[in-house]
Design a protein around this ligand. Structure first.
Ligand code: PLP
Length: 402
């Protein structure tokens, strides 16, 4: 048989801008592992890779749900027990104008559905820079052009209100607010939330409040949900079991739509149309939602205690190491130190994997102000592993830029 010439099947061009730097570095690490080395992973925000465990009563609830036969499809927006529990938790946080609650396969799916249900070609959404890369990936998939607003490092990574204001046009439909933030660990002040809510009110924008880390606040001030202080503004608040409840592999997230009922109704109906089209989120795992939100919360003080100590170690190291400086994170488990180096942060991060077997993510993978260089640390590992990793990073900095 004559061999025919291979004709490549090209991927859609709209994927050209889809990047997920956090996982894209994996191929560099694979090479190091193939050479027989162990890589210290300070790059992936999965607590289960380290000394954290899913609370036993949640596992029991899922196991029981399976044994009781809840293994078929669930209702598209979730099981009743789950959204009653989500609603209760939101009300305890002061969200009073709840119009709808829906359960999804992780917050990742909430983001996908909520953006797809809102944005028409030619419209845009304000997303933070630096940001969690899922938002730009979903926008690229939808053919939506990026419209980013700056987080201001000199102001503890709070949103730059002037920039935010400047970027709003007649085609802007919403604002993404990640609070606590990934990758910076910043937590928004109440005054900042009020100002952002006022902008949304004035320009008729939807706020996407990604609060997936809201129970992992490391300092004393409590977390404030923007939906609680702006009951009239259309807000979709995102939450889930991946981080606060240490079950990322279960893929359970949710959205809480709040605001004036008449204003938000058509949009919420659009979201529900997409929810129905994809059938449902994982069914038995939804039984862990009530167990998580209404059951024992003992793991939380324990998790926060570990994170506080690891955050302090990280910030002390950054601020005592030449060429590194860092705004102290106040929530979640990420730090975003600044690098003062003569080459790009991606080059540095790749060399760090290849030479010192430590994996962090380059700041350029999250978007950052032009001319600045950063890297993101996940400070989930124990103190011993972190100290070891920081020593290796310091060694590379010294060797390369002495
Ligand atoms: N939003 C933020 C800010 C995140 O950091 C992550 C995961 O790291 C997600 C959403 C996705 O979460 P999920 O596991 O619920 O899909």
């Amino acid at each position: 048989m004559p061999l025919t010439q291979t004709r490549e099947i090209a991927a859609a061009t709209r994927l050209d801008n889809v990047r997920y730097a956090i996982r894209d570095l994996a191929s560099v690490a694979d090479e190091v592992v193939r050479q027989g080395h162990k890589v210290l992973p300070l790059n992936i925000g999965d607590p289960l890779v380290f000394d954290f465990q899913t609370p036993a009563h949640m596992i029991e609830a899922v196991y029981k749900a399976m044994r009781d036969g809840n293994n078929g499809y669930a209702p598209s927006s979730g099981i009743k027990d789950a959204f009653d529990a989500i609603r209760g938790d939101a009300e305890r946080k002061g969200i009073t104008t709840i119009q709808d609650v829906f359960v999804t396969s992780g917050v990742s799916e909430t983001v996908d559905i909520c953006l797809a249900a809102l944005l028409n070609p030619g419209e845009n959404l304000l997303t933070p820079s630096p940001d969690y890369p899922l938002y730009s990936a979903v926008q690229a998939k939808l053919g939506i052009e990026a419209n980013t607003y700056e987080l201001n490092e000199d102001d503890g990574w709070q949103p730059d209100l002037l920039d935010l204001n400047r970027k709003i046009s007649s085609r802007t439909r919403g604002i993404v607010l990640i609070n606590p933030n990934n990758p910076t660990g910043a937590v928004c002040s109440r005054r900042m939330l009020e100002s952002i809510a006022e902008l949304a009110r004035r320009h008729n924008l939807v706020i996407f409040a990604d609060e997936i880390y809201d129970k992992l606040i490391l300092d004393d001030d409590p977390h404030v949900s923007i939906a609680a202080i702006a009951p009239d503004v259309p807000v979709i608040t995102f939450g889930g079991l991946s981080k606060n409840y240490l079950a990322p592999g279960w893929r359970i997230g949710w959205g809480i739509a709040s605001g004036e009922a008449a204003a938000i109704r058509p949009y919420v109906e659009g979201i529900n149309r997409l929810l129905r089209a994809r059938l449902c989120a994982n069914h038995p795992e939804q039984y862990a939602i009530k167990a998580a939100l209404e059951g024992p919360q003992d793991h939380l003080p324990e998790v926060r205690k570990k994170l506080r100590s690891r955050r302090d170690l990280t910030v002390n190291w950054c601020n005592s190491t030449p060429r590194v400086s860092c705004v102290s994170p106040r929530g979640a488990f990420y730090a975003f130190p600044r690098l003062d180096i003569p080459e790009g942060d991606e080059v540095f991060v790749k060399e760090l994997i290849l030479q010192k077997h430590v994996m962090v993510v380059h700041g350029s993978g999250f978007g950052q102000r032009a001319g600045t260089k950063h890297f993101r640390i996940v400070f989930l590992p124990d103190e011993h592993s972190l100290t070891n990793a920081y020593q290796r990073i310091a060694d590379l900095l010294h060797e390369r830029y002495h």
